[in-house]
Write a protein that binds this ligand. Structure first.
Ligand code: NOJ
Length: 734
């Protein structure tokens, strides 16, 4: 007995010392208790040049059917690769490749898997342009958190989102992906989505790293054509494009993507000023920049590099740390270091940035995606509720002649148009793993809403385009037998998004003809318009009674849209992008600078004002705005100022109202826009109730201006604070 006790004790001591020994031998980078920086430095000290270079490349994994991003099939992924774009919808394939990275490489560095999760992963939300019309950043944050949870549980660590390119040319298909024409709005939604994706702990297993894109100025693509030149002065760069990125970085975005566009002679992916001087040195960003797909090798056709090697040199020394599908860093970076053209210090800095993000994501400690069923990760009731709410708040009532909407006393309803029964097109572009079968079509939504209350009939009438009018007669027949005609029109999903520019933003003639012929029957005509961009609606505006811009509302849009038609829901969306009178007015945006001759310079042939202004959106109730009440009329630099405005709901139903606060500086060293959005707030106002909205002004930020190098100035003088048609002058004294 005594002997057994002694043997047991000896064994215990031996195993304890073995554990201690193991812990002592555990390389610091594998020790989860150490800080990220300690782990990064330790790992760096062990890496060879080749291992470092491999961390800076991204290939693809899995099937990809995006025609703009076709790559060589990657059958034989090098396990030492830094990153992969992951096209699969569960963690299996990832885990198999990750196992090779962990077990077949010398140091066992996990791969980071990225993917375009733009407006939802499986639970597809409205497109971002629509989301911005909700003016509800908290809701957008929640939607991004759901997208992150679904993606991370499916093997994705990193989303290439948010897209925060301010865009003012609706011919550019990518307007669908951003938050509209205003810098401040893009900045607010950038921060909200970064917070939603990343949460408070990137390693939680339910969050993903965000990627601000496309840094920078891509939205200025000339004539709305994709991938082309952008003319952006230093002043415009800072005035218009930088703010969303600055705020996204402040919100903690782990990564950024460098853009395709040539910025006044220096492409976004070879731009030392934006990528290094501003982003890393001024803003102190310590994550990494990934190139856009092929944007390094594209420095060659853009005319700033003679071959891929020079392109790699330019992009890397400018500050692009990871090469997405160029095969330029894996092929040339090592050589460039050996030749002394790229310093080891720069290489080390780049690798550290990538490793830092991997450690923060917890990839070293939990490299694999736990196995779950689709039910365990997708389409939770709460996720669908957010999708429905976001769609509801994104929809904009553009026009409502004689209060045609909501429908009253309707017993027969003709639902017509190519969009009516489509599920596919409601999801828009970049649908990630979205499934059209999950979507509630406009027709299905109306059926759900009016069940037992009205009889619905359907005719497509025509296709989205072409000239086949053979379906018109059937549409006219059902319309003639109905009390109201609901026309479901718009754009196919593939008409917006990447590489989807259009020369006109009008709907194809056949859709306009359909409306015209149905209108001739004398019934009220309501248009439900689904598109990935603002539309040219001046002709349809004249012949319709009501128009509801439903955008591409995602899988849960059908019911809230019908709810608005029926009056169950009071619409509250307001435009995040101007609707021009016609395509010829483009570029047209609310925050343009002042004209030398404001009363001249108009078009001779069309109006010079837009059809629907930025922030336009009707409600079923009426709000009256009281006077603006500033806390003081005179302030000194450094003082704070706040302004309030009471808003009363004098109509018959409760409603959500967004108040937009604009600032105008009439005289400044650098001319300022006619007005600039500086704050917005949305509140529920019950019928008969008054709510007070408040804007706390930080003079330097809200009244000052920025120069061509990003320096902020505040000058004494008069400023106007504007809400709708109310304005108040405040004076800043030295
Ligand atoms: C190219 C697009 O410009 C970018 O937005 C996207 O994230 C990448 N391809 C990866 O798919």
């Amino acid at each position: 007995m005594k002997n057994r006790k002694i043997t047991f004790l000896l064994l215990l001591v031996a195993s304890c010392s073995l554990i201690a020994q193991g812990e002592k031998d555990l390389p610091a980078y594998k020790d989860a208790k150490r800080s990220v920086e300690e782990r990064v430095s330790d790992l760096m000290s062990r890496m060879t040049l080749e291992e470092k270079v491999m961390q800076l490349n991204q290939y693809t994994l899995g099937r990809n059917d995006n025609a703009n991003n076709m790559a060589d099939p990657v059958n034989d992924i090098p396990p030492a690769i830094g990153s992969l774009i992951y096209f699969s919808s569960n963690g299996d394939l990832r885990n198999r490749v990750q196992k090779r990275a962990m077990e077949e490489t010398r140091l066992g560095i996990p791969i980071i898997f990225g993917y375009d999760v733009i407006h939802g992963y499986r639970t597809t939300y409205p497109i971002s342009l629509a989301q911005a019309c909700s003016w509800n950043p908290q809701l957008v944050e929640q939607a991004c958190a759901v997208a992150a949870q679904e993606a991370r549980m499916s093997g994705v660590d990193w989303t290439f989102s948010p897209m925060i390119d301010v865009a003012r040319d609706a011919r550019w298909g990518r307007v669908a992906e951003g938050y509209g024409e205003d810098p401040y709005a893009n900045a607010v939604f950038a921060a909200a989505s970064v917070k939603g994706y990343q949460g408070t702990d990137l390693a939680s297993g339910k969050n993903v790293a965000a990627c601000l894109k496309h840094y920078i100025g891509y939205g200025a693509s000339e004539a709305g054509r994709d991938y082309v030149y952008t003319e952006i002065s230093g002043q415009t760069l800072w005035d218009t494009y930088m703010l969303p990125y600055e705020e996204g970085v402040k919100a903690g975005a782990a990564t950024l993507m460098s853009s395709f566009n040539d910025i006044s002679g220096t492409p976004g992916s070879a731009n030392h000023y934006t990528l290094t001087e501003v982003l890393k040195e001024r803003w102190g960003h310590d994550g990494f920049v990934v190139s856009d797909w092929g944007s390094i090798e594209q420095l060659r056709p853009q005319g700033v590099a003679k071959d891929k090697k020079e392109a790699a040199l330019k992009a890397f020394t400018a500050g692009v740390e990871m090469d997405m599908m160029n095969r330029s860093y894996d092929n040339h970076l090592g050589e460039l270091v050996k030749e002394g053209k790229v310093s080891e210090a720069l290489l080390n800095d780049a690798v550290k940035r990538v490793l830092r993000v991997k450690f923060r994501l917890g990839l070293f400690d939990n490299p694999y995606t736990p196995q779950t069923t689709e039910k365990e990760r997708f389409l939770f009731p709460q996720s669908l509720k957010i999708a429905e709410q976001l769609a509801e708040e994104s929809i904009v009532l553009l026009k409502n002649e004689n209060n045609t909407l909501p429908l009253k006393n309707v017993s027969k309803m003709a639902v017509v148009g190519p969009m009516a029964k489509s599920q596919w097109h409601l999801l828009g572009s970049w649908r990630a793993q979205g499934n059209a079968d999950d979507a509630v079509s406009l027709f299905a939504g109306l059926e759900n809403e009016f069940k037992g209350k009205a009889q619905l009939s359907f005719a497509a009438g025509c296709d989205f385009d072409g000239d086949d009018k053979s379906g018109f007669d059937e549409a006219k027949k059902i319309a003639a037998q109905s009390d109201v005609v609901i026309l479901c029109l718009g754009e196919k999903a593939q008409w917006s998004g990447e590489n989807a520019s259009r020369s006109t933003i009008a709907l194809p003639q056949i859709q306009e003809d359909l409306v015209e012929e149905l209108k001739a029957l004398g019934k009220p005509v309501i248009l439900l318009l689904s598109s990935g961009r603002p539309l040219e609606l001046n002709r349809l505006d004249k012949i319709s009674d009501a128009m509801l811009q439903v955008w591409q509302p995602g899988i849960a849009g059908g019911n809230p849209i019908a709810g608005i038609v029926a009056g169950r829901i009071n619409p509250s969306g307001k435009l995040s992008m101007t609707f021009p009178y016609s395509t010829g007015q483009i570029p047209i945006y609310y925050n343009h600078r002042q004209s030398a001759r404001p009363h001249q310079g108009k078009y001779q042939d069309i109006p010079s004002t837009p059809l629907y202004d930025f922030a336009h959106g009707l409600s079923y109730t009426t709000y009256t705005y009281g006077d603006l009440k500033p806390s003081t009329l005179t302030i000194k630099k450094g003082d704070k100022l706040s302004i309030e405005i009471p808003v009363t709901n004098v109509g018959g139903i409760d409603g959500l109202e967004t108040v937009h606060w604009f600032v105008f500086d009439p005289v400044s060293t650098i001319s300022r826009p006619v007005k600039e959005l500086k704050h917005f707030e949305k509140q529920m106002i019950k019928k008969g109730e008054t709510k007070v909205f408040k804007f706390d002004i930080d003079p330097l930020k809200d009244l000052g201006f920025i120069n061509a190098d990003g320096k902020r100035f505040l000058e004494s003088g008069d400023y106007y604070i504007i809400v709708k048609d109310k304005k108040v002058k405040v004076t800043l004294v030295d």
